[in-house]
Design a protein around this ligand. Structure first.
Ligand code: SF4
Ligand code: SF4
Length: 147
């Protein structure tokens, strides 16, 4: 049985690299050393200059915490990026695919109208719906001004 530590954790973070760390494959070590998956959302890295990168990290919570501590130990600045989900109501075709996997029930089918409703107050910004929506109506917005 999965323990809470085994559960997948997903976080977007903004990294700043001092010039001496810019050319090192420290972000790759999140995967190689700590077993985390990551995807680069944006990056501005030039060897021997200050760099910055926004990445999405996925993996067990304890591995995530070890990975972040590893980056900080190498003088990389780490700032969590607030996430918010928005729906483009004009694009949504109310297919209902997102309602089956939305963990907080922020997306739900209104039985009377047969329309899918989105409650942004309940949404935890986990991003699952953005991966299944066939018309890309669900969009992840990153705050803190880094995207
Ligand atoms: S981001 Fe997650 S919680 Fe929010 S609506 Fe999509 S699936 Fe539901
Ligand atoms: S998966 Fe996309 S199109 Fe389908 S109901 Fe959800 S938001 Fe609308």
């Amino acid at each position: 049985m999965d323990t809470p530590q085994d559960k997948q954790y997903r976080k977007v973070v903004y990294l700043t690299f001092p010039p001496e760390a810019s050319g090192k494959p420290l972000v790759c070590d999140l995967s190689r050393v700590h077993g985390l998956a990551f995807s680069i959302l944006q990056a501005r890295i030039t060897p021997r200059h200050e760099g910055q990168m926004t990445i999405e990290i996925t993996g067990p919570r304890d591995a995530y915490e070890r990975g972040i501590a590893y980056l900080k130990d190498h003088d990389i600045g780490v700032v969590p990026v607030a996430q918010r989900i928005s729906r483009d109501d004009d694009s949504c075709i109310h297919c209902g695919m997102c309602t089956a996997l939305c963990p907080t029930k922020a997306l739900s089918l209104n039985i009377e109208t047969r329309l899918v409703e989105f409650d942004d107050e309940t949404c935890s910004a986990c991003g699952m719906c953005t991966k299944v929506c066939p018309v890309k109506a669900m969009e992840m917005l990153l705050e803190n001004g880094v995207m």
